[in-house]
Unconditional design. Structure first.
Length: 285
């Protein structure tokens, strides 16, 4: 098995059979009902803009843009407080919950990037997604595909909707807490130090509709240590979204659904579930 990349799911929080085209934008069609689905990455470097033409063309053709959640809800102070409450440790600190060797490695990474020591008040689950975000933002990565399209939709007065609430997404993310904290931190650090796992490489693959890295990661998530995470963050959410996506397809309002690219890859993906319902999936062009 190739090296695991836990952080990948949190950034693209997205099978050869579905590699239809040159970018991660598809159209699903059944009985003359159509809906566009686009894979997102939540951080992008300015040098990687503008977005591929397929994203912009699909956006222009749509009157409604649907995201995992309404991003305005995610940015609220109430949502931030809920996240802090779920992941904050009680009566201990992160260094006390990790093996000494794992803590030393994490501490070195934090010192290297001037990461605030206050993060030790939060658990390994929180560190596993907050640490990469902080470091990548230090490297110049900014708002990703979803936020770019969200802002563009708001500016143009397009209808905006979410497939789930922030509370539902947070509950799925909290499944990280069920994983051994040492495993979480070790994998997070691998993702930050292995040049094969560079974020710009992942973004290029998503831009090109290439699924190799994501397929490798999905296989890892099906292992014993990660199965709970796989089921809660991917499978159950994909299944819950399908009813809404098919309703959007049926109401004749041109719609573009933008979700983490990992949700569009593999046997449990949104695209696969739509195929099972009789939709034909093809590359959007």
């Amino acid at each position: 098995m190739k090296k695991s990349k836990l952080w990948l799911l949190l950034i693209v929080l997205i099978a050869p059979m579905l590699a239809y085209g040159k970018s991660s934008v598809w159209i699903a069609e059944k009985d003359n009902k159509k809906i566009i689905l686009a894979g997102s990455v939540h951080l992008i470097h300015p040098s990687q803009l503008p977005l591929p033409a397929e994203y912009l063309k699909a956006f222009d053709a749509s009157k409604r843009i649907v995201f995992e959640i309404d991003l305005a809800e995610m940015s609220s102070l109430t949502s931030a407080a809920k996240m802090m409450q779920i992941f904050q440790l009680q009566g201990t600190t992160l260094d006390k919950t990790l093996k000494p060797a794992v803590w030393r490695e994490l501490q070195q990474m934090m010192q290297k990037h001037n990461i605030p020591t206050t993060l030790v008040m939060f658990d390994a689950a929180f560190m596993s997604f907050s640490l990469p975000m902080i470091i990548w933002q230090q490297q110049g990565y900014q708002e990703g595909i979803d936020k770019i399209l969200y802002d563009k939709a708001k500016q143009q007065g397009k209808a905006v909707a979410g497939l789930e609430t922030f509370d539902q997404q947070l509950a799925a993310l909290a499944s990280l807490k069920r994983i051994n904290p040492n495993i979480l931190i070790e994998e997070t650090l691998k993702g930050l130090t292995d040049p094969e796992l560079a974020l710009d490489t992942l973004i290029k693959q998503v831009y090109q509709g290439e699924t190799t890295a994501i397929e490798d990661q999905l296989e890892h998530y099906k292992t014993k240590d990660m199965e709970t995470f796989y089921q809660n963050l991917l499978v159950k959410r994909n299944q819950a979204w399908i009813a809404q996506i098919t309703r959007y397809a049926a109401d004749n309002t041109p719609t573009m659904v933008v979700v983490g690219a990992m949700h569009l890859v593999g046997d449990d993906s949104v695209l696969k579930l739509l195929e099972e319902k009789g939709y034909q999936i093809k590359y959007y062009e």
